[in-house]
Design a protein around this ligand. Structure first.
Ligand SMILES: Nc1ncnc2c1ncn2[C@@H]1O[C@H](COP(=O)(O)OP(=O)(O)OP(=O)(O)O)[C@@H](O)[C@H]1O
Length: 298
């Protein structure tokens, strides 16, 4: 469990995090979302004790990170995949981390295999692609077999196969009961990975909700209808309380009635339908709408 209570972090005049309160729970993948500059990295740095809060607190498993006796066994984290020394071989980097944290050396081979880098463990990270660096960073986070995992933009630099891989990995880690906290500014990716969302803008909390509830709250379902008689159908549907927009020739976008009801009206009035497609505003659009006011740089 990660608990953020009234966390505020100022850098001079800049309020990076503003009275933020939320809890990240075990057994779920929690997505941490916000536009660029919203304060995600600062929050994660505060959780790891790298940034000292101006006020409020951030605790993991009930303690400040600096008070954890064996931090890598409690919280695995990846903030900056490029932080590995370029001249160090992948396996040596992990061995050094394992040794300095009282983690058995056998874990190194295990995590290299988990992230698909077993073939390049003897290579220096200098030649690694950003995707391979991300995998090495995730291997380091997993080294202590921690119950809590916190990753800043973990899909950054991964190719489509890598993105599916990390999605599957995070899901299985959450299913084992771990607390998984991942940041992103990509709503579309989060919608496939996360169960729960924490959304911030300008350092403030704007949503703390399950993914299905977020979809429900921030999207208006509609039905796309193609018919040779759009005006006639629109009039009939409006009589039943629907909202209709004629988007292009022979096409209506209908809100407030579902496809079955629209079909029923069309059949009862001998109106031919070419198409009847339920549509949902994409999560990306919903997110953009929700955070429009909160974007720091446009
Ligand atoms: N060390 C620092 N000194 C001054 N300002 C900082 C510092 N670190 C962050 N900031 C500012 O705090 C705000 C939040 O930054 P932060 O990096 O936490 O946002 P973010 O949500 O992680 O953004 P991104 O998606 O771009 O990584 C920004 O205005 C940023 O410029």
């Amino acid at each position: 469990m990660i608990e953020i209570r009234n966390l505020t972090k100022r850098f001079g005049d800049v309020v990076a995090v503003d009275d933020l309160t939320f809890t990240v729970r075990p057994g779920t993948v929690t997505g941490f979302l916000g536009p660029n500059g919203a304060g995600k990295t600062t929050t994660m740095r505060s959780i790891l004790g790298i940034d000292r809060p101006t006020s409020g607190s951030a605790t993991v498993a009930g303690r400040h990170y600096s008070e954890l006796p064996r931090p890598m066994r409690q919280v695995g984290s990846l903030l900056d995949a490029r932080a590995v020394h370029p001249a160090r071989k992948a396996r040596d980097h992990l061995l050094w981390l394992a040794r300095s944290n009282g983690i058995p050396a056998r874990r190194v081979g295990e995590v290299l295999e988990t992230v698909g880098l077993e073939g390049v463990g003897g290579k220096r990270s200098r030649g690694f692609s950003l995707g391979m660096e991300q995998r090495l960073g995730i291997a380091a986070a997993l080294l202590g077999d921690p119950p809590i995992l916190m990753l800043d933009e973990p899909v950054n630099g991964l190719d489509p196969e890598g993105i599916v891989w990390i999605r599957t990995l995070l899901r299985s880690l959450a299913d084992e009961g771990r607390t998984i906290f991942i940041s992103s500014h990509l709503m579309s990716e989060m919608s496939l990975t996360a169960d729960h969302l924490i959304v911030i803008g300008r350092g403030r909390l704007i949503a703390d909700t399950s993914l299905p509830d977020f979809i429900k709250q921030h999207s208006t379902p509609s039905v796309l209808v193609r018919t040779p008689n759009p005006s006639e159908l629109a009039t009939l549907l409006k009589d039943r309380g629907a909202g209709t927009t004629e988007s292009e020739r022979e096409t209506l976008v209908v809100t407030d009635l579902d496809s079955a009801e629209i079909f029923g009206v069309a059949v009862a009035n001998d109106i031919v339908l070419y198409e009847l497609t339920p549509r949902q505003v994409s999560l990306e659009e919903a997110f953009m709408e929700l955070t429009r006011e909160e974007v720091e740089y446009r």
